[in-house]
Design a protein around this ligand. Sequence first.
Ligand code: ZN
Ligand code: ZN
Length: 167
Amino acid sequence: MRLTPRAHEIQRVVDVLEDPTFESPDQMAKALIKEVADIVQMRDLIVVVHTWEGGHKGLNFGPFGSTAEAEAFAKKMSFGGTGRLVPLTSSGIMLANHDGKAGWPGYCYQPDCGHAPWMHAIEGSSRGKCHDTTCPCEKFVKDDPTKKKTTRKKAAPKGMAAGINEL
Ligand SMILES: [Zn+2]
Ligand SMILES: [Zn+2]
């Protein structure tokens, strides 16, 4: 299965790799496999549903990370019959919508919350208190607070730079 890693997924793996509390490589490997499985479960994937020429059902193959990958597989295997690409809805996303997912983009970054935005009360143009009665969250946190905001240096206007150089 081919996946294009996303920035927040890379960060989660880096967090495991940089965690100094593991006592053995085995422990770290276990945590890493769990993390990656969790990442994959948060993806919508594709399966190939195969039907033989006579019309009876073949096997279902997958999952694949993209339709291109699924098509390439079907082409390579050339089973005959017909293949249909069927999207698999991520069970991870469904669970995250239900239970919340702390530290995941699209969900509340309040560490005790992690609930979906629509679970928070609408307050003007933003979202306020979380509707989950057991949740202490008072305001939806949209952006990852651990992520550094990229501060771009403003280039000095050409005229001004030229003026400084003349001094
Ligand atoms: Zn909440
Ligand atoms: Zn919240």
